[in-house]
Design a protein around this ligand. Structure first.
Ligand code: FAD
Length: 495
């Protein structure tokens, strides 16, 4: 086989798409001009599936593993359709990439840079191990806004979201997505041995069972992302009511459900924003269409805050360094994880998370508040459980939101919590979500579905539903547990 004269490597990470992909587009343009080739690589890094720090959980649970696998298959097809390929290698990127660079004599390695201490460390290790002749070129794609265009540096990102958003919105517009390259010549690694895609067995998701109650069967890849945008925005015409429905908990369409595709970069925030703007031009522009952009800015915010604070994101005292007397009650934590605290609103959401890999934003906020403010348990345990379960895990969004929920992150203002009874009456008044995930509650009338402990003995007999037999007695009294934790925080001198 004849070797191309010049080769550029492109390292795919959480950017599994070919459209709006700066590193790929630039590699294609450069190598086309000089008759060279592009080697696209994905490394299956064993550390991505390794144990979490506090609890030793497998970081990437089966839902995310399957989503990854499907995304890789879709990316490989997309690259093959334009004459390229996806080279898949198992191992540490800091070994795999320099080895390929040496073998093929790469002129450069292109990649999207990421936030997160481990992500940054891997990047640095790859850069350091590359042969001298191989340039290291990075791009940024994790946000809707271009950090270079912001009126402040990353070190000056405001600690309060609203301040950040107002400053960003003064800019007025967001960058357009880039086109996909139209053709690509493959490097020799791809031609000789592109390597097998991982199997479900290898990624530990062969036995995954889909629960029919799940909001969606999330299918990985840019093709499925485009289908979801079409179903939600265009054929479903849901965007115009997003602001009214976004706090829902049941069904596919109360919110966009784009988070898994955004997390793995099957679609970029700029592409989603471009669809929002097209919808505003062609259908309607209202507070709902604006609100999707608003939520994408929350996502941006956590990315930039993570870039600003680095390792502080993961310490118990969080971004703001606020000391709290966190408990480490393994039994209570297990009850929370498994959805058997006896509090229907919490248990239904926790079962949904474990059995489907997804949870509504409302549900995430409720269960995070319950863990940290009713049980007083170390928020990092909750963040690790979410990391292991979620199909859409993203280090900045997950750990940033957990910081926020625990009261140690941005905008920390004393002991704030979600009152479970109020949340239940606002967001699941008739117990539809509770009964969906906790069918044991079926006999309980709507009025008491979120407080079955208030059933008298006679009512329990009449319904054939007994506390302690058909439903766990509540792990804590909701009001008393909040009061006790508040007092412990105040005694410990918390602000
Ligand atoms: C404790 C906790 C942990 C979370 N962990 C993650 C996570 O690991 N990955 C993740 O993508 N989101 C996370 N979120 C944010 C949010 O819950 C999800 O992004 C959202 O529920 C996904 O559903 P959707 O795509 O239908 O969202 P939509 O309501 O349709 O919003 C559109 C997009 O905006 C972004 N977005 C919306 N809300 C937030 C937010 N609060 N923070 C950051 N981005 C947001 C997401 O990319 C989302 O896809 C977490 C929230 C909490 C409270």
């Amino acid at each position: 086989m004849q070797r191309a004269t010049s080769i550029t490597g492109v390292w795919f990470r959480t950017d599994l798409r070919i459209t709006d992909h700066g590193p790929l587009l630039e590699a294609a343009r450069l190598e086309q001009a000089r008759g060279g080739a592009v080697t696209c690589v994905y490394c299956l890094d064993p550390r991505d599936a390794g144990p979490t720090e506090q609890l030793g959980l497998a970081r990437r649970g089966p839902f995310r593993s399957r989503f990854l696998l499907e995304s890789l298959a879709d990316l490989r097809s997309a690259l093959r359709a334009i004459g390229g390929d996806l080279v898949v290698r198992r191992g540490l990127p800091e070994q795999v990439l320099p080895e390929l660079a040496r073998e093929e004599g790469w002129a450069a390695l292109h990649l999207h840079t990421l936030v997160g201490t481990e992500e940054e460390a891997v990047e640095e290790a790859v850069r350091a191990a590359l042969p001298e002749a191989c340039a290291f070129r990075t791009w940024w794609d994790r946000t809707l806004v271009d950090p270079e265009e912001l009126p402040f540096s990353v070190r000056e990102v405001p600690e309060v979201f609203t301040k950040f958003r107002r400053k960003v919105e003064r800019g007025g517009s967001y960058p357009e997505p880039l086109p996909a390259p139209t053709s690509l010549a493959s490097g020799p690694a791809a031609a000789s041995d592109p390597g097998d895609l991982p199997t479900p067995e290898e990624l530990g998701c062969a036995d995954l069972v889909d629960d029919e109650r799940a909001v969606l069967r999330f299918r990985g890849g840019a093709t499925a992302a485009a289908e979801r945008i079409d179903a939600y925005v265009w054929s479903g015409d849901r965007l115009k009511t997003y602001k009214k429905t976004r706090n829902g908990m049941v069904g596919a369409d109360y919110s966009s459900k784009l988070s898994p595709w955004l997390a793995l970069g099957c679609v970029s925030a700029r592409q989603v924003q471009a669809e929002v703007e097209r919808y505003e031009r062609e259908r309607v522009r209202n507070d709902s269409t604006y609100w999707l952009t608003f939520e994408l800015l929350w996502r941006d915010y956590f990315q930039l805050i993570t870039a600003k604070h680095g390792a502080a994101l993961f310490r118990p005292s969080g971004l703001q360094g606020i000391q709290r007397p966190w408990q480490r009650d393994a039994q209570a934590f297990e009850a929370w994880c498994e959805g058997r605290t006896g509090i229907p609103l919490v248990d239904a959401n926790m079962r949904e998370l474990r059995l489907s890999g997804f949870l509504s934003n409302r549900g995430r906020q409720i269960v995070a508040s319950f863990l940290t403010k009713n049980l007083g348990i170390d928020w990092r345990w909750g963040a690790e459980w979410f990391e292991a379960c979620l199909v859409d895990h993203d280090v900045a969004s997950n750990w940033g939101n957990w910081n926020y929920a625990a009261g140690v992150g941005n905008d920390a203002r004393g002991f704030r919590y979600f009152d479970i009874a109020t949340q239940a009456s606002k967001y699941d008044r008739r117990g539809r979500h509770a009964r969906l995930w906790c069918p044991e509650l079926a006999p309980v009338p709507d009025r008491l579905v979120h407080a079955p402990w208030d059933l008298t003995r006679a009512q329990q007999d009449e319904l054939g539903f007994h506390l302690g037999r058909d439903w766990p007695r509540p792990l804590v009294d909701l009001d008393a547990s909040v009061a006790a934790n508040r007092e412990r925080w105040e005694t410990a001198g918390a602000r």
